[in-house]
Design a protein around this ligand. Structure first.
Ligand SMILES: NC(=O)c1ccc[n+]([C@@H]2O[C@H](COP(=O)([O-])OP(=O)(O)OC[C@H]3O[C@@H](n4cnc5c(N)ncnc54)[C@H](OP(=O)(O)O)[C@@H]3O)[C@@H](O)[C@H]2O)c1
Length: 255
């Protein structure tokens, strides 16, 4: 049985595709018939992801750092050699960093901005020659760009920046009919979530989510696959919040 979706992109590049939302988006796109390239810094995690995805000759993987421009050049060169062109870029690679603003050192500021903003910015810039007219870019932002959260000053600022970047590029790339949208996931149960959210905070957080559950990487992967497909051909410059209602809904409140 073939599950190929005729509206799916033919080729896609996913940065940070070795775990969490990037990995699940790769799985979803492969199921839809897309040829997928994934990246990540850790070669062992990269080869484990290739094994887990089992994408055969439709899956390629490159070790590289999204914050390093030389590494991005090498990645784009490899994608060009393998795919020739791109229909979808998912600029997903990012790191979490939570601390009071008073404690954030300059080196930490530069590290997080380097991956979450500079990395996304130059990933898109370097991919532009490969992206065909009518293709799509999806940027991974965050619910924290929509709602203040103590300890999130640095992380949320980078996510607000890339959400803004997506909107601006939607205008700039309109002559090429390249659609640029962002997703803003809520609390999604990836390794990043478990590394940053203490076990004893789970119940309090869950209680603030109208859906009464955390999100899954699959919840986000489905949305990215939609935004990257022709099914979303009239969706441009938007931010899709995927958070079970955390940002937009007053859970439990009644007048
Ligand atoms: N989980 C959440 O609740 C949540 C909520 C909102 C937004 N987000 C955002 O969603 C995106 C994906 O996060 P996730 O939760 O799926 O996290 P994850 O499971 O930790 O995956 C992050 C991926 O990014 C890669 N990565 C990190 N830094 C990189 C770099 N400099 N260059 C290349 N690859 C890099 C990681 O691989 P290596 O470490 O091997 O490089 C990994 O493949 C991030 O941008 C994150 O900020 C997450």
């Amino acid at each position: 049985m073939t599950l190929e979706d005729p509206r799916a992109p033919r080729t896609a590049l996913i940065t940070g595709g070795t775990s969490g939302m990037g990995l699940e988006t790769a799985r979803t796109l492969l199921r839809n018939g897309t040829k997928v390239a994934i990246t990540g810094r850790d070669p062992d995690r990269l080869s484990a992801a290739v094994d887990r995805l089992g994408g055969g000759d439709r899956l390629i993987a490159f070790a590289g750092d999204a914050a390093d421009l030389g590494s991005l050049d090498a990645m784009i060169h490899e994608v060009a050699e393998s795919f020739g062109e791109l229909d979808l870029l998912f600029a997903n690679a990012g790191v979490a960093a939570f601390a009071p603003a008073s404690d954030v050192a300059e080196a930490e500021f530069d590290r997080v901005v380097g991956i979450n903003l500079k990395g996304v910015y130059f990933t898109i810039q370097k991919a532009l020659p490969l992206l065909v007219d009518g293709s799509a870019i999806v940027v991974n932002a965050s619910w924290t760009a929509h709602r203040g959260m103590a300890g999130g000053s640095l992380y949320a600022a980078t996510k607000a920046a890339v959400q803004s970047l997506a909107r601006t590029l939607a205008a700039e790339l309109a002559p090429r009919r390249i659609r640029v949208n962002s997703v803003s996931p809520g609390y999604i149960t990836t390794p990043m979530f478990y590394d940053n959210v203490a076990d004893d905070a789970h119940e309090v957080i869950r209680a603030a989510i109208p859906a009464a559950r955390f999100g899954t990487a699959e919840d986000v992967a489905r949305a990215v696959a939609f935004l990257g497909s022709d099914a979303a051909s009239y969706v441009n410059g938007q931010d899709l919040v995927i958070d079970g209602g955390l940002v937009g809904v007053a859970g439990g409140a009644r007048v």
